[in-house]
Design a protein. Structure first.
Length: 509
């Protein structure tokens, strides 16, 4: 009894009462007016950094050409000559470089019913077609930034005649390792520096700055992902004496490293989230894009002794990398990637020893596959196919079986950093020494649309047409908007010897 009410009567009254559960159907949704993005904006610091720094040059043809002066004349000889004789004759040497402009872009249609519906504000605008255009632009910008770094014509069928352009890394590699007949090997060897899963250190940078000075210009910016830059900053913390304050102001530990100075040269540190392994060389993903191939390759993998007769590359498998390994291989047709085949199948692994190499025999499901992307996992990191990280890509032959070798030249889940000699108005604004330099540069960004290139700059983007264009395509179905966001461009590396790429960067443990 509760007063004059029995327990049963009390329960009956509670059932009849109005509460939050029984009025759910007539309560409007408590939805905020604006959707909150969990992603990024073009103006965010650390996003699309390469695109913001590089100047654009106008292209007038698909075949974009630029010239280099390689020599003022022969270096041999003293130049002395007698009164009644003549000195030796000399001439400067020059070279013309060709990189092909290629198209990249995506289509983002909006159907009629979606356009008629009222939407929240999202990405700073409202309306399905307006939100889609902004999302489409940002997606293409991210892919353009990644392609400028890493697009490689040597890993797809057709090579330079494929739909890809040569990216900055390929241009630096071919310009310093002797691959390009017009570029003799650089004095210090290739400028693609393999860190062998070791962290990047200040000493590594000082060494390359010194070598760059001997080649008449060191790189001015080191562009890394956030983890590598954080590692560099952490390595500097114990090297700096911390004068603890004696007053009551909050004290913040840690070094805000803006760059380093060496031999009169300054190298500024820049973060580009595009280079983060999860975005740049990601894990295998079962999600498919529209139009992806439905066929699967057949893959046989075998660990074997390093054999120079079948593969001319020396194995870099070491004790730290060796172990129980597995692969996932996907087909790429017209730049669209399908699902992957695991090898060994099931939950099996392959025992790889230090000094060995792995031979992959790939039979395409579609003989017209342009390339195959090889993901590599290890038992210690998980046995699911989605635990495998992108390792390398190999070109298809449009005939049949392709044989590839994994010599551990590319180590999964490691980072890359680019030391680039970029001299531009936007680069100077971002590095003008003030704490709020980036935001001041953003405020004046319109001024960089022309005259951004500066003397001595070695990296630029050749643009055929606008840097980012929008073409309204005709609707096929009941679509109110079918925009094609595109860019026709290619990078140019005017002096590969003054730039460097660090690959396979590990983190401090």
């Amino acid at each position: 009894m509760y007063g004059n009410i029995t327990s049963n009567e009390l329960l009956q009254r509670l059932e009849k009462a109005v509460h939050s559960g029984n009025i759910t159907e007539i309560v409007p949704e408590d939805l905020e007016l604006e959707a909150h993005s969990v992603l990024w904006r073009e103006s965010d610091q650390g996003e699309l950094t390469l695109l913001k720094m590089l100047p654009s040059v106008k292209a007038t043809s698909i075949q974009h050409e630029y010239s280099r002066v390689l020599s003022y004349g022969p270096g041999k000889g003293s130049g002395f000559f007698g009164e009644r004789s003549l000195p030796a004759e000399s001439n400067f040497a020059a070279q013309r470089v060709v990189n092909l402009i290629r198209l990249m872009g995506e289509i983002g249609p909006t159907f009629l019913l979606a356009a008629l519906e009222k939407t929240q504000r999202a990405l700073g605008t409202a309306g399905a077609q307006n939100v889609e255009r902004i999302a489409l632009r940002r997606n293409v910008l991210r892919k353009k930034c990644r392609n400028l770094y890493a697009s490689d014509t040597s890993t797809t069928f057709g090579g330079v005649n494929s739909t890809r352009f040569k990216g900055i890394q390929q241009l630096i590699r071919e310009g310093t390792d002797g691959t390009n007949p017009g570029d003799p090997p650089a004095p210090y060897g290739t400028h693609i520096i393999d860190m062998l899963d070791q962290p990047l250190t200040i000493q590594n940078l000082r060494d390359r700055i010194g070598k760059g000075i001997t080649l008449f210009g060191a790189f001015t910016s080191l562009i890394t992902d956030p983890l590598v830059r954080g590692d560099l900053e952490a390595s500097m913390d114990p090297a700096q004496r911390l004068n603890l304050p004696i007053d009551a102001r909050p004290f913040m530990l840690g070094q805000q490293i803006g760059g380093i100075q060496s031999q009169g040269s300054r190298v500024y540190f820049e973060t580009d989230n595009t280079l983060s392994p999860i975005w740049y060389r990601p894990q295998y993903d079962v999600a498919l894009e529209d139009g992806a191939p439905t066929t699967l390759p057949t893959v046989v993998s075998a660990a074997q002794a390093d054999n120079a007769t079948t593969d001319t590359t020396t194995s870099k498998w070491d004790a730290a990398s060796a172990g129980a390994i597995f692969y996932v291989v996907t087909e790429v047709v017209q730049e669209k990637e399908g699902l992957g085949t695991r090898s060994p199948a099931g939950a099996g692994t392959l025992a790889v020893l230090a000094g060995q190499e792995v031979e992959l025999t790939i039979t395409p499901g579609n003989v017209l596959a342009d390339s195959f992307r090889v993901y590599r996992g290890e038992a210690a990191g998980g046995l699911l196919s989605t635990d495998a990280w992108f390792a390398f890509e190999v070109a298809g032959n449009h005939v049949g079986v392709v044989t590839a070798f994994d010599n551990n030249l590319r180590r999964p889940n490691t980072s890359e950093a680019y030391g680039l000699r970029v001299l531009s108005g936007s680069e100077r604004a971002m590095h003008n020494g003030m704490v709020d330099a980036y935001w001041r540069a953003q405020d004046s960004s319109a001024s960089f649309l022309s005259g951004n290139d500066k003397p001595g700059n070695t990296i630029a983007v050749a643009e055929l047409g606008p840097s980012m264009g929008i073409m309204a395509l005709a609707s096929i179905l009941a679509e109110v908007d079918r925009p094609l966001v595109y860019s026709a461009c290619c990078p140019e590396v005017r002096n590969p010897r003054q730039n460097v790429v660090f690959t396979n960067i590990g983190l401090q443990t």
